[in-house]
Every structure is written in C-alpha cells, then in structure tokens.
Design a protein around this ligand. Structure first.
Ligand code: ARG
Length: 437
C-alpha cells in the first residue's frame, strides 16, 4: 500500500496536475484488470527505445495497471534477412513468408520477445513471455503468401492467466495452424484480432513519431471519426501509411464500445498521454455527433445551461435563453461541449457562448464543435475575458482581435474595418445573462 501511494505521488509530481491524473487512474483502475489497455509496440521501438518503453510499462505496472503488450519485429527481420541473403517479397503489403524466411523470423521473434520480457524483469516487474497458443490460424493463401496466417480464433487463456498472476503478458505476432505449423501474422492484423477479442478500454500504438502528423509535421492531437474521418481521408497530405492506419483504426473502433479510444504516442510520452486531459500524442475516438438546433428540446437546453453555469461558476437568469435573438444551439451528444450563436449587429452571427469541459477538450470535442460553427458561419464575432484559459486559442482561430480592458473581441471573416468596429462596440456592450453577483 505504501508502495502504491509512493508511485501515485511520483506520477502526480511528474505531471503537474493531480486532479487529472487521479481521475484517469480511477477510470483505468475501474475496468476489469486484463482490459485496461492493449499496447502495440512496433519492432523499431524495441530497437531504439527499449529503455523508455520498459520504464513506461513498469510505471503502469507499479500503479496496478497491467497492459497487454504485442510486439512486432519488422525492421529486425528486414535486417536479418538481408544479412542472410534471403530476398523477401510482399504482396498487398503482406510479407511472403517462405520456409527460408520463417527459419529466420521465428527465432528472431522469440529473441525480441525475450529481450522485452527481460528488460521488464530487470526493472523488477513481472512479465510473461507468450509466444504460442493465442492466435489460432488458417493459411491465408499458402501458394501466394507461404507461411502467413489468417487469424481464426483468439484464445485469451494465457493472457488472462498472466494478468491474474500480476505479470505483463508479452505477445509476438506468431500463430499456429491446427496441426501446429507456426505462421507469421501481419502485426496490424494481429493487433486488430486481439483487440476485438480482448475489448480493452484503451488501445495504444507506440510509434517513433509519437502520433499522426498534420501537413506541417505537427502531431494531430485528436481525431473524431464521426466528425473528421471523411475529411481527413480526402486530404492530399495524408500519405499512404497514415491513410492505412486511419482506415484500420476506424474499422477496429466500429466494432467496439463507444468509450474505447485509441492513442498513438511515443514510449517516452505514454504516461503523459494516459494521465492528462490534453495528452501527448493522437487520440482517436468514434467521437460524438454534434447536433444543431434552432429550438432545442428542454433536455438539451437544461444540459447546456448546466454546462455553462458549471464551467463559469455562475448562475444564469431564468429568462436568459428567451432573451437571446434567434439563438442556434450546437451541442455534442454527451453534453460536454456546446456553442450558442445569436444574431448580432448588422445581422452578423455572434458567438454568445462556447463551452467545453477540460476532459472533452483533450478528446477534441471543442474542435469538433468549432468546426461545425465554422462550416455554418463564414463570418463571426465574439468576446472573451483576458483571463479565460481559452483566450489564447481564440487568438489562433480569429483573424482580428482587439483588447479592451478585461475583454478581447475577436472577429473572423469580417473584412470591413468599420463593421469590425461596430462588432467590437456591440460585443463589449453585450449582456452575458448572469444573475448579478
Ligand atoms: N488521458 C486521456 C486518455 O488517455 C486523454 C488523452 C488525450 N490525448 C490526446 N492526444 N488528445 O484517454
């Protein structure tokens, strides 16, 4: 007990915010122990980032969280085959596994697996090497691919037994045919099949880039499949590797409960990704639909009022909503993000309220609502207090900003300078609808 308290302490000290860390620790600990997370580790990570990896996994273990680990060994295999002078072919992106390839691949997989298990144990963490008995396979197409398996059944006995014993299960991407022939399984397919069977709360992909990258090479913080998938897949800068990854994640999540999420991050950032709202990497979720209502039903309205009051810590007047001029209410399904747009000066849309809980921000829900706002309203103006934590973000979104005392007034898509001034005056005179303090 003292030990876990000490580790939690360390965690909080590392991350700065104890509230966030505690919330996620509670969330992750409340799932069935074997279903906290599945971590897919690319072979490259075992080569170049073994230390960061084992340190992050050991940390989770000490918090009482046992991730199920599946690793590949792609780069190692490429190198070993090249050294052995064995040519490899690929069809449809899958490695053709001849007997010669398998004779190199199998011992290599075992070796990499043991290297990870030993590195974990050297940190005082129990780990169990699971090299067989999980993936029952048929030959995918023996003539075309050789010893490549198509997963027919996933058996979790070995995984669950390891977790019950307090050991981190470490799996390879090898399976067997019913007669015991060892078959090679593509790592992404093995991941998908394991995830569908295990149904973990989180699926984590560790990659050296630490996330999916946007056009400028920056990490995309969150992707909502509901809101972003179609548009992302159409972007010319989404290269084939990322396209494939997104497609696979989309397919994977469609068969899982709505609160399952995928995080793509690096070994070094894993703890931060898991225990903060903002994370450090790319979070992919099915996401929530954003509804747009002219006259919101009473339930939606009550939810929005609660959200506004809670996040500002103030009370709205009873007649607040009725007093708004032609309000349009946007809200996310879970009620954790909302925006209200009214008719302002010159009939221009005025963003009266925009509220997102901190946790939902990390999931990209604020950005999702914002996208819907932007798509509907090419021009817009609003105000925000200097001290509001969202103000710096508004500076990035707006194309004009004007400070006045405690307020900043922002406009978007309003080109006429005089009109911008009228917007500014109007925004500053605006009544927020609070009950007087
Ligand atoms: N800690 C939370 C989780 O792991 C949220 C992470 C948010 N991450 C992000 N890249 N936006 O589920």
């Amino acid at each position: 007990m003292t030990d876990i308290r000490q580790v939690v302490h360390e965690l909080l000290a590392q991350l700065g915010s104890s509230r966030e860390a505690r919330q996620y620790l509670k969330e992750f600990s409340s799932t069935n122990q074997a279903r906290f997370a599945m971590v897919k580790v690319g072979g490259g990570i075992l080569l170049d980032h073994l230390d960061e990896l084992t340190s992050a996994l050991a940390f989770l273990h000490r918090l009482g969280l046992i991730p199920v680990v599946l690793h590949g060994a792609g780069p190692q295999l490429d190198q070993a085959l090249a050294e052995a002078g064995i040519e490899t072919q690929r069809h449809d992106g899958l490695r053709v596994t001849t007997e010669a390839v398998m004779s190199v691949a199998r011992p290599l997989m075992y070796k990499e697996n043991l290297r990870l298990v030993e590195a974990l144990e050297n940190r005082g963490i129990r780990a169990r090497s699971i090299q067989h008995g999980v993936f029952q396979c048929a030959f995918l197409d023996r003539d075309r691919f050789g010893l490549v398996g198509e997963v027919e059944k996933v058996d979790l006995d070995a995984v669950e037994s390891a977790v019950r014993g307090g050991a981190v299960p470490v799996l390879t991407c090898l399976g067997e045919s019913p007669s015991g022939q060892v078959l090679n399984i593509n790592a992404d397919i093995a991941t998908r099949e394991l995830v569908w069977k295990l149904r973990p709360h989180k699926v984590i992909f560790l990659s050296p880039t630490g996330g999916l990258l946007d056009r400028q090479g920056r990490i995309i913080s969150a992707v909502s499949l509901t809101n972003d998938y179609q548009a992302l897949m159409q972007q010319p800068w989404v290269h084939s590797g990322m396209r494939l990854k997104l497609q696979q994640i989309n397919e994977m999540l469609q068969n899982l409960p709505d609160d399952t999420s995928v995080s793509i991050t690096s070994a070094a950032q894993l703890t931060r990704e898991l225990f903060t709202y903002r994370g450090a990497g790319t979070l992919v979720r099915k996401g929530e639909a954003i509804t747009v209502q002219r006259s919101p039903d009473s339930e939606t309205l009550a939810g929005v009022i609660r959200l506004v009051e809670q996040s500002f810590g103030r009370t709205l007047r009873n007649d607040w909503f009725e007093q708004l001029v032609k309000p349009l209410v946007l809200s996310s399904e879970s009620g954790r993000a909302a925006a209200i747009i009214t008719h302002g000066i010159d009939g221009l849309p005025y963003l009266d309220k925009f509220i997102v809980t901190p946790e939902a921000q990390g999931e990209g829900l604020g950005a999702a609502v914002w996208q819907v706002v932007r798509a509907r309203f090419p021009s817009l103006y609003w105000r925000s207090r200097n001290t509001n934590p969202i103000t710096p973000w508004y500076f990035q979104q707006a194309d004009s900003s004007n400070r006045c005392g405690q307020w900043v007034v922002f406009t978007l898509g309003i080109d006429d300078a005089l009109q911008r001034e009228r917007c500014m005056a109007d925004a500053l005179a605006h009544d927020s609808g609070w009950v007087a303090k």
